[in-house]
Design a protein around this ligand. Sequence first.
Ligand code: NAP
Length: 249
Amino acid sequence: MNDKPVALVTGANKGIGLQIAKDLAMHGLTVLVGSRDLGRGEAAAKRVGGDARAVQLDVTDPVSIRAAAERIRSELGRLDVLVNNAAIAHASDPSLSFESILAAGRPSVAALEEVRAVFETNVFGVIAVTQAMIPLLRDAPKGLIVNVSSEVGSLTMQTDPANPYRIPNASYVASKTALNAITIAFANELESTRIKVNAACPGFTATDLNRFHGVRTVEQGARQPVRLALLDANGPTGTFSNEAGPLPW
Ligand code: NAP
């Protein structure tokens, strides 16, 4: 078994995931830099520093997920932390502006194949990766799952007329609501084990996801996911929070 705790961060080749990987490596963890493109993952692992290793992982591909789990088992023998970070805001056109992405997700016009593709990555991908990694998390001294969610997925906030971030959107926003439900479901099922399952919102962070419209840096965005990835045995499970504290579901 690897002598250091091991963390897997999905979608860690750029953005907030890359920063989460850097921060966990700085805290002395062995970090598996998940990337659907191995070359981009290897380049990112070099930037992460410490004991960082690229792992090819497409969260929508069962073969890739199984291979990653088998490699972690044989190479490291443990997985202490899983950060489900990978997500997309839109599936089709990478040149689409942020405004167009939001407009394309309006419930009255959203293309069903688009909604399905976003859920495939942001929701079903999280379920599939978590299911594959739970046996490793059960065996590890620690067992922490962090789902990188968003406060736009909060039903309480989306139904508050005073909230300026109410976004009528049937794809990304709804996928984060579903991710929150999945977080609660895993936390409830695993509450009698040592495994803790929490959701974190990084805040509106400048990354490719929003065409760099975000106002927070990736260093700021990574803080709460990293805090939850470093919880000790007394830490909570089944929570949803950002850097400022608890968020309503
Ligand atoms: P980003 O820069 O676009 O990074 C997304 C990452 O996910 C990339 O590494 C991307 O890989 C990866 N990814 C996408 N589909 C994948 C798949 N099928 N398999 C594996 N990896 C995949 O976005 P970000 O802003 O850092 O987002 C990170 C997390 O923060 C997401 O869960 C997002 O919803 C959440 N979040 C972000 C904000 C914000 O304002 N930025 C706010 C709230 C929540 P490629 O490079 O291959 O595309």
